[in-house]
Design a protein around this ligand. Structure first.
Ligand code: BES
Ligand code: ZN
Length: 830
């Protein structure tokens, strides 16, 4: 028995909730009437509530007494007499606080142009924090209809999931706003927001009005979100031919927000930078980020809000699908962004995590609430969506779409488990989807496929891929896509590999083989040196995603000790002529890892590798140049300036510095100049901090915020650390800044001292969900490995235990890599 789970003897069907937030006192009071069915006579009702005072509770005419079970975030209600099976109404009056931890019902603040502070009350309930705002059956399976009323100052805007259907003046300067009933949905999707907001005029899409809700002064930042939101809602309704279930859709920009965004039905909340953007000054990449987040959250209106996982072990059904659909939708809307290719680096990041022993299966047991929160990681999102993509490519796009439509329709307003999805896809495809996919969803890690040729045959073998090699007999059912070259051209084989090895007789001489054709398979490949060489001879015949995979797999093999770093760097020289942004991003990421890990400088190598590509592009974009080429320029400029310590790039950056706030520069160049001048220590630190604080657009703010941790001067790193801790940098941003500071190679000693000294404060003051962001770059601290282990020994952090174990193992892997490869690196570079 899981002590956190509610007994299944009572089911709510409807909540009528009235809430009165007091923005100045940071408290709220509420009343609710819950209509519920008791299925089996019981002595008590058990439901969730935490950090709430229940003043009264009554069941019909009966008064119930309350006992709190704080450890498991539940309350017991009873009057000693049996509560009989049948329908009941439970009425509760309660009070709580508007907390500052960015979860539950919380307080968010902002300063206007005149420096005056304003307060907002807003909610974030996923995974298990609705119970902080009203007592409820706070598990995704207890779906109900919610009728919300908010009492607020008449000058404030009040928003909830449904349309406003009534407004009553209460005579004391407040109004009571009533919202329409929601569809039947889970508690974690309820939202209410009260604050000094401005709304855009509504745009009609998919039969409902769409608005963006923002603060005064942000008017010109809302147009792109309106356009993208209108497009995606309509497109998603059409794609599965299933209507959107809300009666309106608001997209709200919340000044303090733990995540990127949250898919509350009809009232999607965002952090500023994920919603508001100035199309005139933003870069293509920044616009794409906003597009992706909107597409993702709107995909949840079907995947999550309409059909919901039964329990948090199945959260991948929500998040992997929203991530997958975000890309399908965006790829259709803006093919020029090459969404699937652009996703590859995120997939690589998940594979790197998944190469550790401390990885976990995508679907994983969840008991306590903080374990539910820990599920929102690269494995759920990036691995999960990569597996969905692999399956879609294997089954075919149309068959896949049809199966998913059946899945959605047959579980409307209900809850599902992973097997329900496989069943629908098996029905649509006639393929053994469950048996193939279970091996991916329920097994941690992923395989490496070793490739050999000989005697007119291709032989393949699989074993689990891990950075620190481990003996392991896990096997996957791998939907292989193989391409190979013969005298009369390229041929293809699709084959599900179920055993440890197979030999495929092709009856003719094989000149080269690609074991992940199309590049959508979630597995590593390892070729013999001769085979790899023949592939490199055919680079021009490969798709971009296939070329990407070659570099990506090679780099993973280097960290795992299967390939030498010298061979890898030599291989990179074959990519000097590459033009795809995503492939360069992969290359630059690996150069960054080398930069962080080794004492040996690689600046000369970086200049030789990247310089020619930069030279082809020039400092300034050509007229009519496409967005990805502009992004590539920014990326190469940053790589040359940071890892190449390139003097000409640094002096261009220095020349451009005075014009930074003038907006005349290409935004990609501008971003790069900001990063390079900070990391070269030639920028004005105070000026950059003021830009973070005062910039007009969220994207500009972020460019400067991300630059602050790059200043090499340890005193400045120390100051940045202080600002992240004391609130001068917002608590939604501080943990990320600390994370990046740890990656500051020149100031790492100082930063680690500050970090370890502040650890207890970090844990007690930052929003729990953001704690793991503070140690996101601990893997770079390979010079202090044993000290770090000693520090964390015996320390456990709720909400971040798994992430910490993974980070420490990653640190070990990089430390071993450093010891193993340093001599080889020095030899190659000399
Ligand atoms: N459902 C999540 C928000 C969330 C994250 C709730 C973690 C609880 C814990 C939302 O749909 C989401 O996935 N947001 C992402 C952005 C998205 C574009 C990947 C985020 O906030 O990072
Ligand atoms: Zn999501």
């Amino acid at each position: 028995m899981n002590p956190y789970r509610l007994p299944d003897n009572a089911r709510p069907s409807r909540y009528d909730i009235t809430l009165r937030p007091d923005l100045t006192a940071a408290t709220f009071a509420g009343t609710e009437t819950i209509t519920l069915t008791v299925t089996e006579s019981t002595d008590e009702l058990i439901l969730n509530a935490i950090e709430l005072e229940l003043d009264t509770a009554s069941l019909g005419e009966r008064t119930l007494s309350v006992s709190y079970e704080t450890d498991t975030e539940r309350v017991h209600l009873s009057d000693g007499a049996p509560i009989l099976a049948g329908e009941h109404t439970l009425t509760i009056a309660f009070r709580g606080i508007l907390n500052d931890k960015l979860h539950g019902f919380y307080r968010s603040t902002f300063e206007d142009k005149d420096g005056e502070e304003h307060v907002i009350a807003t909610t974030q309930f996923e995974a298990t924090d609705a119970r902080r705002a009203f007592p409820c059956w706070d598990e995704p399976e207890y779906k109900a209809v919610f009728s919300i009323r908010l009492v607020a100052d008449e000058n404030l805007l009040a928003i909830s999931n449904g349309k406003e259907i009534g407004k009553r003046e209460l005579g004391d300067g407040t109004v009571e706003v009533t919202f329409s009933d929601t569809p039947k949905m889970s508690t974690y999707l309820v939202a209410f927001v009260v604050g000094p907001f401005v709304e855009t005029g509504p745009v009609e899409t998919a039969g409902v009005p769409l608005r963006v809700i923002h603060r005064a002064g942000q008017e010109r930042l809302a147009s792109f979100a309106l356009e993208a939101g209108a497009h995606y809602l309509q497109w998603l309704s059409d794609y599965y031919d299933i209507p959107y279930q809300g009666d309106k859709l608001d997209l709200l920009a919340i000044p303090d927000f733990a995540f990127g965004a949250m898919e509350n039905l009809g009232a999607v909340t965002f952090r500023d930078s994920a919603l508001l953007v100035d199309p005139d000054t933003a870069s293509d990449g920044e616009l794409q980020r906003v597009s992706e987040v909107i597409a993702h959250e709107l995909a949840h209106m079907w995947f999550g809000d309409y059909v919901t996982m039964k329990w948090w072990n199945g959260i991948w059904l929500n998040e992997a699908f929203a991530t997958f659909m975000e890309m399908v939708a965006q790829d259709d809307w803006k093919p020029e962004w090459k969404t699937w290719l652009g996703f590859a680096p995120a997939r690589s990041a998940s594979m790197a995590l998944d190469a550790l022993d401390s990885t976990r299966p995508v679907e994983f047991q969840v008991i306590a609430p903080h374990e539910a929160d820990e599920m929102f990681d690269l494995l759920t999102y990036q691995k999960g969506s990569s597996l969905v993509r692999m399956l879609q490519q294997f089954l075919g796009e149309e068959v896949f779409q049809k199966g998913v439509k059946t899945y959605l329709e047959s579980h409307a307003f209900a809850n599902t488990e992973t097997g329900d999805l496989w069943a629908a896809l098996e029905q649509a495809s006639g393929q053994p989807v469950g048996s193939i996919m279970d091996s991916w969803i329920f097994t941690g890690g992923h395989p490496q496929v070793k490739v050999d040729v000989g005697n007119n045959a291709i032989s393949l073998s699989q074993r689990r891929f891990q950075f620190e090699q481990d003996v392991n007999d896990d096997l996957w059912e791998i939907p292989l896509k193989i391409a190979y070259g013969t005298v009369d051209g390229t041929k293809r084989i699709n084959e599900v590999m179920t055993g440890p090895d197979i030999t495929i007789d092709v009856g003719e001489k094989v000149e080269w083989v690609l074991a992940n054709a199309g590049g959508h398979g979630y597995y590593r490949t390892a070729y013999s040196p001769a085979l790899l060489d023949s592939l490199l001879e055919h680079l021009d015949d490969l798709d971009p995603l296939e070329r990407y995979g070659l570099v990506d797999d090679a780099w993973a093999n280097v960290i795992a000790g299967d390939m030498s770093i010298g061979d890898y760097l030599e291989m990179l020289t074959r990519f000097k002529g590459e033009t795809e942004h995503a492939i360069w991003e992969m290359i630059v990421t690996s150069l960054g890892e080398i930069y962080h890990t080794f004492d040996q400088s690689i600046d000369g190598f970086v200049r030789d590798l990247v310089g020619p590509a930069m030279g082809r592009l020039g400092w300034e974009p050509a007229e009519e140049e496409d967005g990805l080429t502009r992004r590539l320029r920014g990326l190469l400029f940053t790589a040359l300036g940071r890892y190449g310590k390139d003097q000409s790039v640094r002096s261009v950056a220095a020349d451009l510095l005075p014009g930074l706030s003038g907006h005349s520069m290409d935004p990609e160049v501008l971003r790069a100049v900001i990063a390079v001048s900070a990391s070269a220590g030639i920028a004005d630190y105070n000026g950059f901090f003021s830009m973070y604080r005062d910039a007009d657009t969220p994207q500009e703010k972020m460019r400067y915020l991300h630059a602050l941790p790059l200043f090499p001067d340890p005193d400045l790193a120390d100051r940045t650390f202080s600002m992240a801790m004391d609130g001068r940098i917002k608590s939604q941003d501080g943990p990320f800044v600390i994370g990046r500071l740890i990656g500051n190679k020149d100031a790492q000693r100082v930063v680690l001292d500050r970090f370890m000294g502040a650890w207890d404060t970090i844990v007690s003051t930052f929003p729990p969900m953001l704690i793991r962001r503070t140690f996101g770059m601990l893997w770079t601290a390979t010079r202090y490995t044993s000290e770090i282990h000693a520090f964390f020994d015996g320390k456990s952090v709720k909400h971040a235990d798994k992430a910490l174990a993974q980070q420490l193992e990653n640190l070990d892997a990089m430390t071993a890599f450093r010891a193993r490869a340093e001599a080889d690196l020095v030899a190659y570079l000399s």
